[in-house]
Design a protein around this ligand. Structure first.
Ligand code: ZN
Length: 217
């Protein structure tokens, strides 16, 4: 039952923390009446989910940001290239997705460096964004990000597509309720979130009908 509250906590908490950690990106400040959403997908690339997600994004001419796990990217460079070639932004989600709060600073930085190298060598583009696994940022990570020109990206809308109880309808309902101009929305490219492409489609249909656009960071 507690799971039910996770998306709410994960959506309200960033609004509080945003003021405390202004070097992190929680939401893009919109221009007046600008209707842009920044969709982000964590944990890819995956054989199961990346392609369906890319197809839905393409159908709505939507761009997004994919925070990739370095080891998976290294094992599947073709799929990483497809993501980048479709115009999406590729970001750093560490090499093996460890819990940053249980990882030494040195090990974490090695993960970030190695992922940067892998992604840049596959896409030929510099990596400008990083997302901490589980949203658990650390001081060393923030310092490293500043030095290496990678902005730590959090979110202001988390619909909880990774939760066992999540449904297409619950994900859509959450995004509709909380998304504002400039919102950063977290979704997952991960088989634990099998309904994400379908939920994404309903979200994109809803917002594009109302004149919104979807951009990468
Ligand atoms: Zn993740």
């Amino acid at each position: 039952m507690l799971q039910r509250f996770v998306p709410y906590a994960a959506t309200y908490l960033p609004r509080l923390l945003g003021g405390l950690f202004p070097d992190l990106l929680w939401r893009r400040e919109p221009e007046a009446n600008e209707r842009t959403l920044y969709l982000t997908f964590d944990d890819g690339p995956t054989a199961a989910m990346t392609d369906p997600i890319l197809r839905v994004l393409d159908r709505f001419d939507a761009r997004a940001t994919c925070f990739l796990v370095g080891a998976q990217a290294e094992g599947d460079p073709e799929r990483v290239r497809r993501i980048a070639d479709a115009g999406h932004t590729v970001g750093n989600h560490t090499f093996t997705h460890p819990d940053p709060w249980r990882t030494s600073d040195e090990a974490l930085i090695r993960e970030l460096e190695r992922t940067t190298d892998v992604l840049q060598s596959i896409t030929g583009q510099s990596v400008r964004h990083l997302r901490p696994p589980y949203g658990r940022f650390t001081r060393a990570m923030r310092r490293w990000g500043r030095r290496r020109g990678q902005r730590v990206v959090m979110w202001d809308v988390m619909p909880g597509d990774f939760l066992g109880m999540a449904t297409q309808a619950s994900v859509k309902r959450h995004v509709l309720r909380f998304a504002r101009g400039g919102s950063v929305v977290v979704l997952h490219d991960n088989p634990i979130a099998p309904m994400t492409p379908a939920a994404l489609e309903t979200v994109l249909r809803h917002f594009s009908k109302r004149g919104w656009r979807f951009a990468g960071l």
